[in-house]
Design a protein around this ligand. Structure first.
Ligand code: PGA
Length: 271
């Protein structure tokens, strides 16, 4: 069974010298954590120096995004070919990319496929807004984002991928999703994956929760079964907080969950 996974998303923070200091601290602090996969996603500029520092360590590198084309006239974009030499993971479809850069589900699907094509594990983000949640549409929105995002991947590729459930109202707000609701959504994600791609993919795909995770609330998420880890923003910029989060998952049990079949609505009876 896959190990739990803790991912730090540094977003648009830290200069190269600042990031070098944080990378060195994390490398030292997390030298013994062997039962959990740890990934940090610094800015593009920091990736190259961080890759030198982290070679042979427990901490893997991820990109915060990538473009779906390999090369050419795409000013400002970063190629998956270039990234594949340095990163093992890439976040795709983060809500901030969707919101500020107009990324659609279709673009996210292309990015996920481009990552996989270059041996980069996509961390595919999905999540509903506060309005959608209040209107009772959370599940519908997340399922629709996910179905499109996965549409270019095979069952075997999905088994290796990561899906991060990040309710937008919980990101950077200090309001976490109730752990039981995160577990429920993670189960919904697995039920959909099972219906579309089969048992193996639904068991093996790693599902993370993200949104205001800190060292103080992380234990509640480490206990969940359908959730296999966390995607951490703000708290990942603090080496102590991030290390505490990693340690909580390092000692967490990995358990197999029973994934029910997707319920199909009974057809209306003909009169
Ligand atoms: P946050 O961000 O932990 O600062 O809420 C999470 C994310 O955006 O991935």
């Amino acid at each position: 069974m896959n190990k739990k996974l803790v991912v730090g998303n540094w977003k648009m923070n830290l200069t190269v010298p600042e990031s070098t200091v944080l990378v060195e601290k994390l490398k030292r602090e997390l030298a013994k954590e062997k039962h959990v996969d740890v990934v940090i996603c610094p800015s593009y500029l920091d990736i190259y120096p961080a890759s030198k520092e982290l070679a042979g360590s427990n901490v893997a590198l991820g990109a915060q995004d990538l473009f779906y084309e390999e090369e050419g006239a795409f000013t400002g974009a970063v190629s998956p070919v270039a990234l594949s030499h340095f990163v093992k993971y890439a976040i795709v479809g983060h809500s901030e990319r969707r919101m500020h850069f107009g990324e659609t589900d279709k673009v996210v699907a292309k990015k996920a496929a481009a990552a996989v094509a270059h041996d980069i594990v996509p961390i595919i983000c999905v999540g509903e807004t506060l309005h959608e949640k209040e209107d009772g549409l959370g599940k519908v929105v997340v399922m629709s984002q996910l179905e499109t995002a996965l549409s270019y991947l095979t069952a075997a590729e999905i088994a290796e991928a990561v899906v991060a459930y990040e309710p937008i109202w919980a990101i950077g707000t200090g309001h976490i999703c109730k752990p039981e609701d995160a577990e429920k959504m993670a189960m919904n994600i697995r039920v959909l994956v099972k219906a579309l791609y089969g048992e193996k993919a639904s068991n093996e795909v790693r599902v993370l929760y993200g949104g205001s995770v800190t060292d103080e609330n992380t234990a509640q998420f480490a206990k969940l079964k359908a959730v296999n880890g966390v995607l951490v923003g703000g708290a990942s910029l603090d080496h102590y907080k991030f290390s505490q989060i990693v340690k909580a998952f390092d000692s967490a049990k990995v358990e197999k969950v029973h994934i029910p079949e997707k319920k199909t609505k009974p057809k209306a009876k003909k009169k």
